[in-house]
Design a protein around this ligand. Structure first.
Ligand SMILES: *Cc1c(COP(=O)(O)O)cnc(C)c1O
Length: 373
């Protein structure tokens, strides 16, 4: 690419087709193979991906499911959480974290996030524990790990489940342990835009608790007994990972660590090059982040967005209206969450992807500095 192109060509927030181009020949072969053999649900492709993903996360097992929202809901069902139970969730998260809690009939208890990382505040969690609390959702937002040490201390003290919402954190580490293997059980999403994305919807549950995984697998497959497919011991549903998607994910998984380290290089360049009025959200030094999103706090967000728009640079806001202020959850809103609410007015997501070049990062930074467009 010439200097001229770098200066002028648009920079998308994320270019999925570009990311998948590198593996498109392998994907074509896998799809032709599956089309030919005719086993479109279940089969060896599912088993291979589940075991590869469990190894990647450093856990005993993984269960492929239909999407990330289902993964979290199935985790709650598998743990027996339902009406009468409370589940503590951060206000600053994607809506699905809260939807899963409501879907099983439990009550979401919203807590605030830490000022520097915008991740769930363990002290706030501790102060919301009641006799009805059943679990805590550790959401690893933007690809950065929540403080698992302090969250495990709180959940351990009260005998609660610590569920990881790892939908944005495939491959992230907390003091060496991967997302998906740092709490009791985790839900992942393979939505196309996630760090590990399918060519459609997909999700997984990971855990070291084989019995829990077995129960979740049965619930996700119509409550079938593992030995007799016409006996239904549990009231289940249908939430399975497609065979075609499992094959795609197996092809993409070996590239994930490399792509995540490229995301870290992009983030490091942002930190070095952005002007002082555009500040990336902090990482906890005990974690290794995978930067699903490059989220900054901008002093003049409207001005920053205008500059990006004029330069043809993609942007987003994750998320403009915090979950506890969404009309759908009004009945669960109790207190203000000052850190979450203040952040919602300042945060801005800059382009971030494993195919982004350092020259593009510098151009984004220069546009936000008010320099040459
Ligand atoms: C994407 C996402 C989900 C839900 O995943 P889907 O596959 O889209 O259902 C849950 N939690 C978080 C934090 C997410 O980013």
């Amino acid at each position: 690419m010439t200097t001229f192109d770098v200066e002028r060509s648009p920079i998308p927030l994320l270019d999925l087709a570009e990311i998948n181009r590198a593996v498109s020949a392998e994907i074509d072969l896998a799809w032709r193979d599956i089309r030919g053999h005719g086993r479109y649900v279940g089969g060896v492709e599912i088993e291979l991906f589940e075991s590869a993903f469990a190894d990647f996360c450093g856990v005993e097992g993984a269960v492929g499911v239909a999407n990330g929202t289902d993964a979290l809901e199935l985790v709650l069902l598998g743990l027996g959480i339902g009406p009468g139970d409370e589940v503590i969730v951060p206000g600053n998260t994607f809506i699905a974290t809260v939807e899963a809690v409501c879907a099983v009939g439990a009550v979401p208890i919203f807590v605030d996030v830490l000022e520097d990382t915008l991740l769930i505040d363990p002290d706030a969690v501790a102060s919301e524990v009641t006799p009805r609390t059943a679990a805590v959702m550790a959401v690893h937002l933007y690809g950065r790990m929540a403080d698992m040490d302090r969250l495990l201390a709180v959940t351990g003290r009260h005998g609660l489940a610590l569920i990881e919402d790892a939908a944005q954190a495939h491959g992230a580490r907390w003091t060496g342990r991967r997302a998906g293997g740092s709490g009791h059980v985790a839900g992942f999403s393979f939505y196309p835009g996630k760090n590990l994305g399918a060519l459609g919807d997909g999700g997984a549950v990971t855990s070291n608790d084989r019995e829990l995984l077995g129960r979740i697998r049965r619930i996700a497959d119509h409550g079938r007994s593992s030995t007799d497919r016409h006996r239904h011991d549990l009231r289940g549903r249908n939430s399975r990972l497609d065979t075609l998607q499992a094959a795609v994910l197996s092809i993409k998984l070996p590239h994930l660590d490399g792509q995540n380290s490229h995301r870290r290089a992009v983030m490091a360049e942002y930190r070095a090059a952005l002007p002082p009025h555009v500040v990336p959200v902090a990482d906890d030094p005990r974690s290794e982040s995978v930067h699903h999103l490059a989220v900054v706090r901008a002093r003049d967000r409207e001005g920053a967005i205008r500059a990006l728009e004029e330069a043809g640079i993609g942007w987003g806001i994750h998320y403009p209206v915090p979950c506890h202020l969404q009309p759908a959850f009004a009945e669960f809103t109790r207190a203000a969450l000052p850190v979450t609410e203040a952040a919602a007015g300042r945060i801005l997501s800059l382009p971030m992807s494993p195919t982004m070049t350092i020259a593009q990062v510098r151009r984004v930074a220069s546009v936000l500095t008010g320099g040459r467009r």
